[in-house]
Design a protein around this ligand. Structure first.
Ligand code: APR
Length: 412
């Protein structure tokens, strides 16, 4: 664009952290930094209204609830009812209630839909004097390996802005610009594709008594709460399937069959999409002064509800690491950020993989064969009958498995 058409701002702005992306990861990083007096500027591509209505995850695990509580934010940013700690597995129509709270002291998980968390984080951050700039475009990162990176972007009125900072938090999700700014050869991408497709449906229909995972010879199905009058459903489908192949009647017939609930109450379907169950981890999660957070660094299949909770975990570690750098000139947290995040990422990837294989192989075994089906059935039988297995499962569901909590992660 000719120089005359570009309205260059006069003096580059400066802040400690430029956060790119205003989803769960970005707003959590910015909010925690604000709470410890570290300034940041959040740059978001979409409008505030668009981001506030994006419905994805639906549970904030116990560990994340306690993390927010430790920052004095839990009552401000968490909505939805407490999770009663009961998960229902329905195997060929037979119900098995599993305790997925580990019985430890302290607040438990919350059935807080992602959009509620994002809305509350945004309102809290802005009320705290935080700054979020929406509808920014053409974000580019410069000098990431120097001491003062710069971020330039175009605001909605066409003005080009430049911000110098000490750190850039890449919170822009799987398809953002920050990870793409890392030169080739610095990041290793580890990927896995389960060869399984899911249709996910959002409907104004009554939520289940407990989050429900159903194993059936017709394929996997799930029913989760997304508010007092809203539900999210999942249906296993061919990996290359598309939403158009699933008219309402087919969706409700399949759910009633696989959930073994002929009387399941239907409701208006408000969202419908298909995707493949896959996982992706980028290692390391940092490059120079750029730190990748949440989906920008890793993607996990929805089994076990770990996607958003991993974003919250990364955000907590990064906020504390930047605080220690700014206030105590201690770079230990920054230096070990990637290693500590990846330890939990791989643990949650393993748990999600285990649960994904178990509930799919145990049901429709056309893609895995009878041997793996029997292994999966044995895993379910162990989970339903062994207290030790149930305790290990609960620790992983809560995110409170002690092996993952590094001393630095709990230091205040
Ligand atoms: N510039 C600025 N903002 C961007 C850009 C860009 N180039 N690209 C993406 N974004 C914004 C998106 O509009 C979105 O608001 O970054 C944000 C990324 O948010 P998420 O994709 O929600 O990722 P994250 O914050 O890591 O949260 C992970 O979100 O998508 C779910 O299932 C996922 O539950 C998980 C959670």
């Amino acid at each position: 664009m000719a120089q005359a058409e570009r309205k260059l701002d006069e003096v580059p702005e400066s802040t400690t952290v430029v956060v790119i992306g205003a989803g769960p990861a970005g707003l959590t990083v910015a909010s925690l930094l604000r709470r410890c007096g570290v300034d940041s500027i959040v740059l978001e591509r979409r409008s505030r209204q668009h981001v506030a209505q994006r419905q994805r995850a639906g549970i904030v695990e116990s560990r994340a609830v306690r993390m927010f509580a430790s920052w004095g934010l839990a009552d401000l940013v968490l909505g939805g009812p407490p999770h009663d700690g009961i998960l229902e597995f329905r195997v060929d129509g037979k119900s098995h209630l599993v305790d997925d709270s580990d019985g430890s002291e302290g607040p438990g998980a919350r059935l807080c839909p992602q959009q509620v968390l994002v809305q509350k984080l945004t309102a809290t951050h802005l009320a705290d004097g935080g700054e979020v700039r929406y509808e920014t475009a053409d974000i580019t990162l410069h000098d990431l390996t120097g001491d003062r990176p710069t971020v330039s972007y175009r605001s909605a009125d066409g003005t080009v802005h430049t911000i110098t900072c000490a750190f850039v938090a890449g919170c822009d999700g799987e398809h953002g610009v920050t990870r793409a700014a890392v030169p080739d050869g610095h990041l290793t991408a580890h990927t896995f594709d389960h060869g399984i497709g899911w249709l996910t449906v959002l409907a104004d229909a009554p939520p289940p008594a407990h989050p429900l995972l159903a194993v059936s010879p017709h394929g996997f199905a799930a029913h989760f709460p997304r508010g007092p009058h809203s539900s999210r459903y999942y249906l296993q489908c061919p990996p290359d399937d598309h939403p158009g192949a699933w008219p309402d009647s087919r969706v409700w017939d399949a759910l009633r069959t696989r959930l073994a609930d002929p009387a399941l109450t239907a409701g208006p379907i408000t969202d419908r999409e298909t995707f493949r169950l896959r996982s992706l981890v980028h290692d390391p999660m940092q490059y120079g002064r750029l730190y990748l957070v949440g989906d920008a660094a890793h993607i996990v299949s929805p089994m076990g509800g770990k996607g958003m909770n991993l974003a919250l975990y990364d955000a907590d570690l990064l906020a504390r690491a930047v605080r220690d750098h700014v206030q105590h000139h201690d770079d230990t947290g920054l230096r070990t950020y990637s290693e500590r995040c990846l330890r939990r990422v791989w643990s949650d990837q393993e748990f999600s993989h285990w649960l994904t294989r178990t509930v799919h192989d145990a049901g429709d075994d056309t893609h895995c064969g009878p041997f793996l089906r029997n292994l999966a059935r044995a895993r379910l039988d162990r989970l339903f009958t062994s207290q030790t297995a149930a305790q290990a499962f609960a620790e992983l569901m809560t995110g409170l498995d002690p092996a993952q909590d590094h001393p630095a992660a709990t230091g205040r």
